[in-house]
Design a protein around this ligand. Sequence first.
Ligand code: ADP
Ligand code: GLC
Length: 482
Amino acid sequence: MRILLASSEVQPYSKSGGLADMVGGLAKALAKAGHQVGVVTPLYRGIREKFPALRLLDWRFDMLLGADRVQGGVSVLEPADNLTIYFVEQPQFFDRRNLYQENGVDYADNAARFIFFSKCVANLARYLPWRPEIVHVHDWQVGVVPMLMLDQHRRDGWSTAPPMCLTIHNLAYQGNFPRATYALTNLPDDYFHPGGAEFYGGLNCLKAGIVYADALTTVSPRYAREITTELFGCGLDGMLRARQSALTGILNGVDDEEWRTTGNPFLPHAYSVRNLRGKAADKLELQKELGLPMSADVPLFGTVTRLVGQKGVHLLLGALEEMLAADMQFVLLGSGDAPFENAFQELARRHPRKVAVKIGFNLGLSHRIEAGCDFYLMPSVFEPCGLNQMYSLRYGTVPIVRVTGGLDDSVIDPAEDEARADGIKFAEPSVRALAKAIRKALVLFSDRPLLQHFRRNGMQEDFSVERMADEYARVYRRLRAR
Ligand code: ADP
Ligand code: GLC
C-alpha cells in the first residue's frame, strides 16, 4: 500500500514524548514490510544541521490562513528503502527553541502553526505524484486534516481523496482554541457545530479528527475502552461512543533498532537475556554517573518522565517520602511543571546518598536509567500506552505500574500469571498502594532467582513494531476495501 503519515514529532528528528517514538517506529516497520511510506513533519530548528542529506524539493506551499497568505517549502530525506520524510519548512512557525512551548507557556500561535501544517499535509496528500492510498494522522496537531480533505472532496473536485485514519495518542491534549481560530481553516461554517469541530463554542482540533476521519485508533486496547467512559473521556466520550465501531486499540511496539541492550552507543556495557552481567555493570556506572554510592546490593529504582499530573508524580513523591527510610536508591530524569521539578530537587537535597534528580531532556541518560535500574516506576493516573514500561521490560528492569491503559496491557503481575510474571501492578491511585508495590519490589529484590525470572520474562516479551505495523496495515486494508 501507499501510505502517508503525518505527525508533529518523529524520532530521530524531533521528540517531546512517546508520539515521536511510535510514529518513527511505525513508519520504518511499514516501509520494511514493503509498503511505500511518506511521513510529513515540521522542519524544526536544528534538523537541517543534524541531517545534511536533506534535499530541497521543488514544491511551494502558498496557503490561505484566515486573512493572511503563508508560504512554505518542503525538504526530503530518504532514510530507508520505501521511506521518505517530508519536512515542512516555515521558519517563522517552526524555527524555534522548542516544539510547542517555552518556560511552560504554549506558543500563542499554536493554532496557526498547526492549521498551516495540516493544510500542507492535505496538499501533499492530494498532489504527491505517488498518490497516497491512505492518510494516517496522529494527535490534535493534525486533527483538522480529515476535515480539510473532506471539504476538498466535497467542494473542490478531489473525487479520489483517500480514506483517512486518526490515531489518538493522548485524549488529554485536544488542541482547544477560541472560536475565532476556526477562520484559519478557511472552511465554511458547515463543520463548526457540536456534531463537528465545535467544542463548547471553540475549535477542538482533535474532535475534528474524531468526527471526520474514516477510522480511529488509539495506542492500547484498554485505553480504547477507557476513552469511551466519562472518567477517561475528557469530555469527548460521547463522541467516541458514537464512533465506537470505527475505533480500534492497537498496542504500540518498541523500535528495537533504537532500544536495545547490545550495540547501543548509549550503554557502557552490553548484555542479553542469556548473560545479564553487563546489566549489573551498567547499574554501577549509572550510580557513579549520578553521584550515588556504588553498590550492587542496594535496589535502584528509576523513572524517566514528563513531570505532569498524568504521570502520577504526586503519588511518587508521597510514596518516596515514606519508602526512602528503607535501604534503596531512586533516580529521576524529567522535566515539566515547575512545582514538581522543585519538589524532586528538594527530595534529592534531603537524601543526597539515596536520591539523584536530573531536570532536563537527555536521550542517552534515559537509556542508561532504563538499563541500570532494578525497578522502573510508572504510577500513571492514566496512560494511553506508555513506552517506558516496555523499554524497561526489554532492558530487564522490572516495571512497577498502575493498572491503567497500556500499562495494564503490557505488564504481567504474578497475580495474573505466576509463570510469565514480569512486573508489579497496583490498582488504587493512592500513595499507600504505590508504597505497598515498592515494598513488594524490595522483597523481590532479595530473592535473586525470582528477580532473574521476572527479568528474563520481560526481556522475552514480544513488543515488536512489526506486530504493530501488521495491525495498522489491517486497518488500512479495511478502509481501502470500503
Ligand atoms: P509520554 O509520551 O506520555 O510522555 P511515553 O512513555 O509513551 O509517555 O513516552 C515517553 C518517551 O519520552 C520515552 O521515550 C521517554 O524515554 C522519553 N522521555 C520523557 N522524558 C524524557 C527526558 N526528560 N529525557 C529523555 N527522554 C525522555
Ligand atoms: C502519548 C501517551 C503515551 C503513549 C504515547 C505514544 O504521549 O501519553 O501513553 O505511549 O503517546 O503513543
